[in-house]
Design a binder for this molecule. Structure first.
Ligand code: ZN
Length: 420
């Protein structure tokens, strides 16, 4: 990995074992392009120096490493480069959810971008071995470094920090912090995401499903709520005119914590005579995911170990002894579930319209969902004005895409390939 001239991040191997980096809270969160020397990694253009200086209040205009505006997006073959953007709430989410998928696409030459919305300041220190003096006081800096290490292991080419404050677990005092991600203007968050989408031009975006009923972390809900209008608005020149040249991504997926994998892992714990870490709540949640019809399964054979390695980079958050994360050997996990699972939420049809395949957000927005179970689809027309209010007015035509066969066709095309 080549150190960037303006990057004050110190790679893990440069640290003294057991000693945390200096205590200076870094305000410059610029990164170098990730993992340039990884086998199979294509050469990418040098990263920009960045234009997103982070203010002392933690807000940011999107500090990032990576591609510059002048970076040529087309490949040498004259085609648009393939680009995958993944939007997460906290450091460690990028490792626990879909990390093997990103590793696979990175090695296939896809430019991979992680958008991390918060600094994870409210994260508990869940690994007793990492609970050293000074860790709590410097948790933001430490989690920043852990994120960088994990992103490098996974194979992210670029990390973008939106710079918001962790909102904390539901009903915790941190929920009320005025700078918490969940409390800032949704419009502002959408604007930042649109800016990043237009700058980096991903064909595929991965975000969270609506997890209000299962894991109602305010920041995860916020990621979901902001990602949908950002996807819808990025290609519309009448929306966010100051956020860059319009670019419409083709697919929006929700990452699932692999319901099938949870159920199979639960069985394996029982078969091995071990206590399963998956309780009734987890099993119900997993069952609801596997029942969905718009599940996409991505083969990550050869990459499942990436998740374990990346999780372990989050030393303060992940206990290496945790049966939840590491209770089964890699070879067992490889055998029962060499895949990641996603749900198709949006796609662009042959006429350029955005088709919504998302019964979660329909429920969240109070829209009628008579076709629940099969999924609904609605077209999104162009909107005038700016912002999410305008976007919400555009979903005026609702149709069942299952009967037309278009949803079935798109689901077939993206099985095992999010870009399909
Ligand atoms: Zn999280």
């Amino acid at each position: 990995m080549v150190p960037h001239a303006r990057n004050n991040y110190r790679p893990a191997h440069a640290r003294t074992a057991g000693r945390w980096p200096d205590n200076n809270i870094r305000l410059n969160l610029l990164y170098t392009p990730m993992d340039m020397d990884r086998p199979g990694h294509p050469q990418t253009s040098p990263g920009r120096a960045g234009n997103g200086d982070v203010r002392p209040d933690g807000a940011s205009d999107g500090a990032s490493d990576g591609a510059s505006d002048s970076m040529p997006h087309p490949t040498s073959a004259g085609q648009e480069r393939r680009c995958l953007m993944v939007i997460h709430a906290h450091p460690d989410d990028e490792s626990s959810k879909g990390s093997a998928t990103v590793a696979r696409y990175h090695d296939e030459g896809v430019y991979t971008i992680l958008v991390c919305c918060t600094g994870g300041e409210e994260g508990d220190i869940l690994n007793p071995a990492a609970n050293s003096p000074g860790v709590r006081e410097n948790i933001a800096t430490i989690r920043h470094d852990e994120l960088h290490d994990a992103a490098s292991i996974i194979g992210y080419d670029e990390v973008v920090h939106l710079g918001y404050r962790d909102s904390g677990m539901p009903d915790s005092p941190a929920n009320r912090h005025p700078e918490a991600f969940a409390n800032v203007s949704l419009e502002a968050v959408v604007s930042k995401l649109v800016t990043e989408i237009r700058r980096t031009r991903p064909q595929v975006i991965i975000t969270y499903p609506d997890e209000r009923n299962h894991y109602p972390h305010p920041d995860h809900i916020r990621v979901h709520d902001a990602s949908l209008p950002a996807f819808d608005a990025a290609g519309d020149p009448s929306l966010y005119p100051d956020a860059g040249k319009p670019w419409q991504p083709s697919r929006l997926f929700y990452v699932l914590f692999s319901g099938g994998r949870i159920l199979e892992m639960h069985e394996q714990f029982l078969l091995a005579g071990k206590q399963s870490p998956f309780d009734k709540r987890w099993l119900e949640r997993a069952a609801s995911w596997t029942a969905k019809k718009s599940i996409i399964r991505i083969d990550v054979t050869g990459y499942t170990h990436i998740r374990r390695k990346a999780l372990l980079a989050h030393a303060t958050q992940i206990d290496p002894q945790s049966p939840f994360w590491f209770g089964l050997p890699d070879d067992v996990v490889d055998k029962i579930a060499p895949y990641d699972e996603y749900e198709l939420a949006r796609y662009v049809d042959g006429t350029g319209k955005i088709i919504i395949v998302d019964d979660h957000s329909a429920e969240a927005q109070g829209r009628s969902n008579a076709t629940s179970g099969a999924g609904i689809a609605s077209t999104v027309g162009s909107a005038s004005g700016t912002g999410t209010d305008a976007m919400s007015e555009t979903r005026d035509t609702v149709q069942d895409a299952v009967g037309s066969g278009s949803l079935a066709a798109i689901l077939a095309s993206v099985q095992n390939d999010l870009f399909g």
